[in-house]
Design a protein around this ligand. Structure first.
Ligand code: PGA
Length: 252
């Protein structure tokens, strides 16, 4: 079974509710009828409900950028998986490198967050990726392997059916430096081999997105690789024409 490409826009800390709603409407108009690619957008928490309402019935899905692993409690500033489910999130990003680097998110936190999402019926997009220093030290596959194992440990064999992995080399995020298609494919194939070790044939159906300076000009080549099944797009997802072009470039 070929894997349906999955492209998610990560809007990070950009867009007010009014701006986010306008962007969602532009995307919906530009992608109307495009069912061959699964598309989601991840606005800031404050805009989730409004963007979800604007996207209802369009086929574009809603993602959150983070989540807390507890369902409720004294965790000032945090948002739980049931809260995200209530506003219509089908996906949530966990373990983004900005969360790992700037907010101290660990593999253990990623695993707990992924578990909480699955329990709430939300599909985790688990981000992994090496820093430049790690790549230059020849440690890419070791680091990414540790993050995949650590992020998925103990979630159970069935979890793979609901999980997306996003391989995002840290040195390529927001830098304009993209991994070459061959560099991406090498890591994606290694991730798929590890998923097969963890979950058998279910690994064949898991989408592995590439992220890091994906643009209209490089999306098609990256996505033509056999184990690159989509993209997690930051900067270029804030410009509707660029994001639409990336989605169209994902068709293969
Ligand atoms: P970028 O971000 O496309 O701006 O490099 C990707 C990401 O952080 O998900």
């Amino acid at each position: 079974m070929p894997r349906r490409p999955f492209v998610c826009g990560n809007w990070k800390m950009h867009r007010t509710v009014a701006e986010a709603t306008a962007l969602a409407r532009e995307l919906a108009a530009g992608l109307a009828g495009e069912a061959r690619v699964q598309v989601a957008v991840a606005p800031p928490f404050t805009a989730l409900a409004a963007v979800g309402a604007a996207l209802r019935g369009t086929g574009i899905e809603l993602a959150a950028q983070d989540v807390h692993w507890e369902a409720q409690g004294a965790f000032t500033g945090e948002v739980s998986a049931p809260m995200l489910a209530e506003v219509g999130c089908q996906h949530a990003i966990v373990g983004h490198s900005e969360r790992r680097q700037l907010f101290g998110e660990t593999d253990e936190a990623v695993r707990r967050k992924a578990g909480a999402l699955l329990a709430a019926g939300i599909r985790p997009i688990v981000c992994v990726g090496e820093t430049l220093a790690e790549r230059e030290a020849g440690r890419t596959l070791e680091v990414v392997g540790r993050q995949v194992r650590g992020g998925l440990a103990g979630l159970g064999a069935g979890a793979l059916a609901s999980i997306t992995i996003a391989y995002e080399p840290v040195w390529a995020i927001g830098t304009g430096r993209t991994a070459t298609a061959a560099q991406a494919q090498e890591v994606h194939a290694a991730i798929r081999a590890l998923l097969r070790e963890l979950g058998g044939d279910a690994a064949d159906a898991v989408r592995i997105q590439y992220g890091g300076s994906v643009k209209p000009g490089n999306a098609a080549e990256l996505l033509s690789q056999p184990d690159v099944d989509g993209a997690l797009v930051g900067g270029a997802s804030l410009a509707a024409p660029d994001f639409i072009a990336i989605v169209k470039g994902a068709l293969r």
